[in-house]
Design a protein around this ligand. Structure first.
Ligand code: HEC
Ligand code: HEC
Ligand code: HEC
Ligand code: HEC
Ligand code: HEC
Length: 174
């Protein structure tokens, strides 16, 4: 009897560890698959105001998206077309103005990144009529930009299959 009970306990403990390991793997897989990531920014720039309320075009600030691999970040001069006079008392705008005074660009934290061995280009996607939201979600409604797509190879390749875009390895790995 005692031996069987011992075996049962050992079995239960083993099953417990197994389940724990599975849970851990699931958490890791989710993390790899891209949990929403939303780093804090040195100046709390609200897309809700600029792309939402003011309805500025995405490419007003991300000027390279239609022509180059990278979409690009706006220089301070772009901000200053308005913030020389608008909302200059707001704490976050004051931070911006302090950067301008020191002639020191704001170092924005990256939200979306791919490993170095992957080639991606905005130009081809934007010119093919794929909306920014297909890959970035509703940025105009985001108080702080977050990553809402996994950016995994499976994600890229699934869309390429659906849209008849190339899926050979050299397309994305040079
Ligand atoms: C076309 C004009 C325009 C441009 C260009 C512009 N902004 Fe603004 N910004 C505004 C307006 C209007 C507001 C809102 C003021 C209000 O709510 O009364 C604002 C608000 C803000 C706020 C304060 C939000 C808050 O509620 O505290 C920050 C921070 C900000 N902008 C940063 C930036 C940065 C950084 C850039 C450049 C990347 C930029 N803005 C470019 C017009 C502009
Ligand atoms: C007034 C300028 C301005 C406009 C208009 C604007 N953005 Fe931005 N965008 C910024 C700035 C500044 C940052 C960096 C700070 C941040 O993440 O909020 C940024 C960051 C981003 C990022 C994150 C970049 C990364 O590191 O991965 C994405 C994606 C993005 N914008 C997409 C959009 C889209 C889509 C639109 C239109 C719906 C848009 N932006 C309109 C200024 C702008
Ligand atoms: C097919 C998917 C896709 C579309 C469509 C797309 N992006 Fe991106 N975007 C990405 C990926 C992937 C990255 C990360 C690229 C990297 O790390 O090399 C990225 C990065 C960015 C960045 C930060 C780095 C940079 O390129 O400067 C900004 C800003 C951005 N996108 C804005 C936009 C805007 C604005 C649009 C629409 C005009 C847009 N994106 C359309 C997938 C997309
Ligand atoms: C929402 C759909 C979609 C997603 C997501 C997507 N792509 Fe694409 N991609 C396309 C389409 C459609 C084309 C073909 C555009 C054209 O006809 O010029 C394309 C073209 C490309 C090209 C140019 C191919 C060539 O002929 O040289 C590259 C490189 C590329 N994609 C890389 C990526 C990578 C890397 C990712 C993931 C990070 C990605 N794409 C995600 C739809 C997508
Ligand atoms: C449409 C774009 C695209 C195509 C086509 C593509 N890949 Fe990838 N690949 C990616 C992206 C994005 C990543 C990085 C994200 C990730 O690891 O899931 C990646 C990552 C990888 C990795 C690294 C995985 C890791 O765990 O770090 C290998 C290996 C790889 N790809 C091999 C291939 C091979 C082999 C092919 C052809 C059968 C191929 N890829 C086709 C986009 C692509």
């Amino acid at each position: 009897m005692r031996v069987t009970a011992g075996k049962t306990l050992a079995g239960l403990a083993l099953a417990g560890y197994f389940i724990l390991a599975l849970l851990l793997l699931a958490v890791l897989a989710r993390h790899r698959g891209g949990e929403p990531v939303a780093p804090a920014q040195p100046v709390a720039f609200p897309h809700t105001v600029h792309a939402g309320r003011l309805k500025l075009a995405c490419t007003f600030c991300h000027v390279f998206a239609e022509r180059f691999p990278r979409a690009g970040m706006p220089p301070l001069a772009t901000c200053m077309t308005c913030h020389r006079s608008i909302a200059v008392e707001r704490p976050e705008v004051r931070k911006l103005l302090a950067h301008v005074e020191r002639q020191e660009p704001v170092v924005w934290q990256r939200v979306h990144t791919l490993p170095g061995h992957v080639y991606f280009t905005h130009k081809r996607h934007v010119r093919a009529g794929i909306d920014c939201a297909a890959c970035h979600g509703g940025v105009a409604q985001m108080e702080r930009v977050k990553r809402v797509r996994p950016l995994t190879m499976g994600w890229c390749v699934t869309c390429h299959r659906l849209r008849g875009a190339p899926t050979d390895c050299a397309t994305c790995h040079k």
